[in-house]
Design a protein around this ligand. Sequence first.
Ligand SMILES: [Zn+2]
Length: 489
Amino acid sequence: PRPAPPPLLVAGHVLLTPPAVFVYADGFRDEPVDITLNLPAGWRAGSGMEQPEPGHFVAPHYDRLVDSPIEAGTFDLVSFEAGGMTIDFLIHGTWDEDEERLANDISAIVEASAGVFESASRSLPTDRYLFLLHSGPGLGGGTEYYNSTVVHTDPRSFWDDERWGGFLGLMAHEFFHTWNVKRFRPASIDRYDYQNVNYTELLWVAEGLTSYYDQLLPVRAGLMPVADYRKQLADTIGGVVDNPGYGQDTLARASYEAWTKGYHRGPDRAADKANRTISFYSQGGLVGLVLDLEIRRISRGQRSLDTVMSALYDDFPLGGGGFTYTDFRARVAAVGDAILAERLDGWVYGTEPLPIAQALENIGWSLDREDISEDPVQVSLGVSIRGNPPVVRAPRLNGAAWRAGVNAGDELLALDGVRIGSGLNTLLRRYDPEDTVELALFRDGHLKTLGVTLDPALADHEIIVYEDAAQSRSQMRRDWLGGMDEGDE
Ligand SMILES: [Zn+2]
């Protein structure tokens, strides 16, 4: 979930975000709802709700109404069948009007998503689904709803292959939520409390596992080369384990504090947030990776995280009370084993490091760091800076500057007597790890000099394919990637 965007009304179209428009009234929650829009001539309207006639929407209750945004205007609409569902793709704004590519690629995403829940006994979550896309300069992000999503993109996505890949990942993310969050969700948010903050320790399942699948599904759908996924995964891993907050906070607490800290844009959104917090999206996603590859190893390829997700879908239909951590853990124990469930406790409620490299070994991939021995800069000062003269936004937790006592707000002047200005990186070329430099700075208008012992620069992660991996591991990798492998594309 994301905080609902405000309703949008501009010349040419309107987006009604129901929780921001239709007032909640206790006692009327379960009453059927009827909405009629007086549409200007030439306009039409779209929503996940039933629309018996143009502009007239019906919902069985308030919960469905607030879970069904309405777009009205003169949009484009592309409809197609995929994975047993009718998909309506509504576009407001600039796009390349390549209906065939859109239908092909979105169909592949829809089918790959449905494939995750193949072993579930319940049928598809919906027979009709609406993508509601706004395309405009600088736009991005999305929000999931009951049987629809509001997604935003910059129009460049339609003309740039790399951006198109990111766009498909976003579509996969929101569509996957149709199961994970919109058909089963944590107990404390199973039935939303519209009057209070809704706390849960399980957003690493709701958002994290969805993030895991939004990277994986485009590969399974045949839309992303395996080598590209390998690169993307290595970047995700680096973003998590090299984040200074890694190990400082638990996934359970980061989830619990989502509304008061994570999404909150108040004064607590300080520059040193990275030193204290973790992302239940990306780190939760890596818990998904480790669970998936460990379950595959334990079950010799017979079961996977897909099996766990299917069990959640079967066992916790919406409104039935939702699932707890104990419920999730029990399914990990049943599908994997008791040892894996026990390790999960440490990754969610503790700060145990994730055994990512070990998990990747299961499928014949090796996690490493890139060779940076030829890079011009071999050292790190461990500060994020802004402006010229540079002002410290935050020293990296336990980094070189941190250990020397550099503070946020310090104005950096000189390294060993040479003015820094906008040339910090160039100056750092002169040094080797463990060198001690004299850093001159202004703090509160007073000149200070600190001795800083430089750290080695941190190399990016990379994932390497073992050429001589056992056949069983390569086979497990191919199964995991939905039959795809390196060089198939
Ligand atoms: Zn999400």
